[in-house]
Design a protein around this ligand. Structure first.
Ligand code: S3P
Length: 181
């Protein structure tokens, strides 16, 4: 039987406020790898901020840019990628991320997500609404199966700080045959 190619990238997925960016940055530093923040790359490509993209081009325009940006990093190796919370909505994104990498789903309880996102709703157009609590509940319910289907590894971050999550990811990857740490 042919050996499976070893994956070298780590892609972090999960709902807004689950710590993908802070965990990704720390994880990349610990592993001596390049860190790619997908939303920052999208902003750079568009020449405007995420709220401006949503305002001018709508969510559809943003999703299109998200797809193109992931396509643009396909050739990267040995990188840690923090994805935006909605990356799972287009299967093509997950197929591309899985090609060269392992997908780690960071999950957290709705209460923790609420607490972690309430400080910066303005930078998250999807939560910049009259009733962000209901919006979070709706989105979480709809997206849960997408995250679960995409995940190779799931880490519950509810009771962990950034270093705790990073430690757990490293431990889990050490025991993963298809991944070289
Ligand atoms: C989104 C999450 C955001 C950003 C955009 C859309 C989403 O990223 O990509 O506002 O659909 O969940 P974070 O998950 O890093 O906040």
């Amino acid at each position: 039987m042919e050996a499976q190619p070893v994956k070298t990238n780590i892609a972090l997925i999960g709902f807004m406020g689950t710590g993908k960016s802070s965990v990704g940055r720390t994880l990349a530093r610990r592993l001596g790898r390049k860190f790619i923040e997908l939303d920052a790359l999208i902003e750079q490509k568009a020449g405007k901020s995420i709220p401006e993209i949503f305002h001018h081009d709508g969510e559809i325009g943003f999703r299109e840019l998200e797809i193109q940006t992931i396509k643009g990093i396909e050739a990267e190796k040995n990188v840690v990628i923090a994805c935006g919370g909605g990356v799972v909505l287009n299967k093509i994104n997950i197929d591309r991320l899985k090609e060269g990498g392992v997908i780690i789903y960071l999950k957290a309880s709705p209460n923790v997500i609420l607490k972690r996102t309430s400080r910066d709703n303005l930078v998250r157009p999807l939560l910049n609404v009259e009733d962000p609590v209901s919006r979070i509940q709706e989105l979480l319910k709809f997206r849960k199966p997408f995250y679960e289907r995409a995940a190779d590894i799931t880490i519950n971050t509810t009771r962990l700080n950034v270093d705790g999550v990073v430690g757990e990811i490293i431990e889990t990857l050490k025991g993963n045959e298809s991944f070289h740490i």
